[in-house]
Design a protein around this ligand. Structure first.
Ligand SMILES: Cc1cc2nc3c(=O)[nH]c(=O)nc-3n(C[C@H](O)[C@H](O)[C@H](O)COP(=O)(O)O)c2cc1C
Length: 324
């Protein structure tokens, strides 16, 4: 059966986003939470409320850790188990130099022995299920060919592969040829992740990788929140009330962040960062992104958003090209 997971985006897919998303769109089997980093100290910051069950309703959520240390892994495993989770996802993909240069995220992919050492200890000392989310490497896309044989030694819940290297960040194309080679080298359940931004793109990927049934979507799902449900239904036509639903989703997010963020400035910055994605579904309104950035009051912000949504609804009703 086809499964679609929501890819973690630190700063975006927090519990407020996830809950609003689930309420208005769905189509997601599991949400992966943005990573927990304990940073040498074996303690969880008291402000870290993102994975508390009380904040995640009925969402199926998998916590994630970024670390290069088995003791940190075990500490976080114990913490999430206490909260009731049975799986912990290990981030071996983060490309940011501040992380990768410290040997974490994709920076660990050139050290298969270290990965082995960590997994040996983790598997000996906890019964939590471990899944892995990884890139092809940091410097080279050949790094993964030394990591996959190590991962074969362990009974992982699954492996998600985003076929870029860390050095690329998000530039360039996904390397589908190397991804294809990887499929044949792993007996694990494999999720494909990267650049799924439309039903059409998904269909192309499905055709290219007919044995892959598991997919993970990150940025594409923020830019077009209807995408996972439309992929599941195998349709390219949006629901008739597309913009009403989006509007309600937007308002729910806004009031949720209003509750959480102190001050208008923080709230407006937060909404602007989301609009950098949302605007992709409103191609006629690109120039309005600047207006959102410049909005200094909530009433101006709301007015601009209303206009963007109204204009797009009007354009579509008139038969002008729609968002996608
Ligand atoms: C702003 C931002 C934050 C991210 N945070 C995380 C994270 O916390 N953990 C993780 O595994 N990946 C993280 N990623 C990577 C995404 O989960 C995903 O692998 C990547 O964006 C490729 O998938 P996509 O093309 O569907 O977005 C982040 C990406 C972005 C752009």
């Amino acid at each position: 059966m086809l499964t679609i997971n929501s890819s973690p985006l630190q700063g975006f897919t927090d519990f407020r986003f996830r809950n609003a998303f689930q309420q208005f769109f769905g189509g997601i089997d599991q949400y992966i939470a943005p990573y927990i980093r304990v940073n040498g100290k074996l303690e969880i910051k008291p402000g870290n409320r993102d994975i508390l069950p009380a904040n995640n309703g009925s969402l199926s959520l998998i916590p994630q850790i970024i670390t290069k240390d088995a003791d940190e892994f075990l500490f976080v495993a114990k913490y999430v188990q206490k909260l009731g989770y049975t799986e912990l996802n290990w981030n071996l993909g983060c490309p940011y130099p501040m992380i990768a240069k410290r040997g974490m995220g994709s920076g660990l992919l050139s050290m298969p022995d270290k990965i082995n050492e960590i997994l040996t200890k983790v598997f000996a000392e906890t019964d939590i299920h471990v899944s892995v989310k990884m890139r092809l490497g940091y410097e080279s896309s050949r790094e993964i060919f030394h990591v996959l044989p190590v991962l074969e030694r362990y009974r992982l819940a699954n492996i998600t592969i985003h076929p870029r290297i860390g050095k690329q960040l998000y530039r360039g194309e996904v390397d589908l040829n190397t991804f294809e080679e990887c499929i044949g080298l792993s007996s694990h359940k494999i999720f494909y992740n990267g650049d799924i931004t439309s039903v059409q793109r998904f269909r192309e990927m499905k055709e290219r990788f007919p044995t892959i049934n598991h997919w993970m979507i990150g940025r594409g799902l923020i830019a077009d929140p209807f995408l996972p449900a439309m992929i599941k239904a195998d349709v390219t036509v949006y629901p008739e009330n597309r913009y009403e639903v989006f509007n309600s989703f937007h308002d729910a997010l806004l009031s949720s962040y209003e509750e959480a963020l102190s001050g208008r400035k923080h709230l407006l910055m937060k909404m602007y960062s989301l609009w950098e994605f949302f605007i992709q579904a409103f191609p006629q309104a690109q120039k309005c992104l600047k207006k959102i950035k410049k909005a200094r009051s909530l009433s101006v912000y709301k007015e601009v958003v209303k206009q963007i949504i109204y204009d797009e609804t009007f354009n579509v009703a008139q038969g002008f090209p729609s968002g996608k």
